[in-house]
Design a protein around this ligand. Structure first.
Ligand code: CA
Length: 224
C-alpha cells in the first residue's frame, strides 16, 4: 500500500510517515500543495492523507484538482478545522473521509485500514489464502500459524498479492503500490525482494505459494 502524506508541519508529517512505515506501508512525504499536485500527476497512491492549510495550493485546491482527473485515489483529510461546513465541503469535493486534528495514531491507522481495504468487509481484518494470512491490524504475516519475520517491502509485496489473490500482478504494479521515495528506493531490484520473500515462505510452508505467470506477473491463490 502506497500512501502520500501532504502536511506542511514537517515534524508531524515525518512522525506520521515513520509510524506508517513501521507498519509496512510505503509512504511519501510532501510539505506543500504545489509539490503535492506535481507528485499526484506522476505517482499512483492507494491513499492520500491531506492537510487543508498548506503553503502553495491549499488542500481543497489540491483535492479539487486531483478529482478532475482521478476519482479512484482515496483521500483522507487531516485538518484542525473542526467546523461542520469544512467537513461537508471536503467530502463534497471528493474526500473519502475526514479526521480532525489532533488525532490518535490508532484512529488514523483504523481509518487507513478502512479506506485501503474497502473491497473487504470490516470483519476481514485477516486476509487469508490457504495457510498464509496477513493481519491488517497488527500488519504482520503468518504462514502455517507461524509469524513471519519480513522486511517492510516483503510485507508490502505479500499484502498486495493477498489483496489481489487470484489475479497476476506485474512487477510494475508492485512497484507502484509497494515502493516509496525513501532512501533505500531502488537499492535492490524488486526481483531480489520477491525471491527472498519466496524463500522465507518456502522455509515455513514447505512450498512456494507465489507463482510466476509469464508475461503477466506474480500470483497467489486462484487455480493451480
Ligand atoms: Ca497545515
Amino acid at each position: 500500500m502506497k500512501l502520500l502524506v501532504i502536511e506542511d508541519e514537517h515534524a508531524l508529517c515525518d512522525t506520521i510517515a515513520r509510524n506508517l512505515r513501521r507498519l509496512a506501508y510505503s509512504v511519501d512525504c510532501c510539505y506543500d500543495g504545489d509539490k503535492a499536485l506535481e507528485l499526484l500527476s506522476v505517482e499512483k497512491y492507494d491513499l492520500v492523507l491531506l492537510d487543508l492549510n498548506l503553503p502553495g495550493k491549499d488542500g481543497m485546491t489540491v483535492l479539487r484538482t486531483l478529482r478532475q482527473s482521478d476519482q479512484e485515489t482515496r483521500v483522507l483529510i487531516l485538518s484542525a478545522r473542526s467546523d461542520v461546513e469544512d467537513k461537508v465541503e471536503g467530502l463534497d469535493a471528493g474526500a473519502n473521509d475526514y479526521l480532525e486534528k489532533p488525532f490518535h495514531l490508532a484512529e488514523l491507522e483504523a481509518r487507513i485500514r478502512s479506506l485501503t481495504l474497502r473491497q473487504f468487509t470490516q470483519q476481514d481484518v485477516i486476509l487469508t489464502c490457504g495457510e498464509l494470512s496477513f493481519d491488517t491490524r497488527a500488519r504482520t504475516a503468518a504462514a502455517g500459524g507461524e509469524i513471519l519475520t519480513l522486511t517492510r517491502k516483503e510485507t508490502g509485496i505479500l499484502e498486495y498479492l493477498l489483496i489481489n489473490q487470484g489475479r497476476p500482478v506485474s512487477q510494475e504494479e508492485l512497484m507502484e503500490h509497494v515502493w516509496d521515495n525513501s532512501v533505500d528506493n531502488f537499492s535492490n531490484s524488486i526481483r531480489v525482494h520477491i525471491s527472498v520473500l519466496r524463500k522465507k515462505l518456502r522455509a515455513v510452508l514447505g512450498y512456494d505459494p507465489i507463482r510466476n505467470r509469464i508475461g503477466e506477473g506474480y500470483l497467489i491463490g486462484g487455480e493451480r
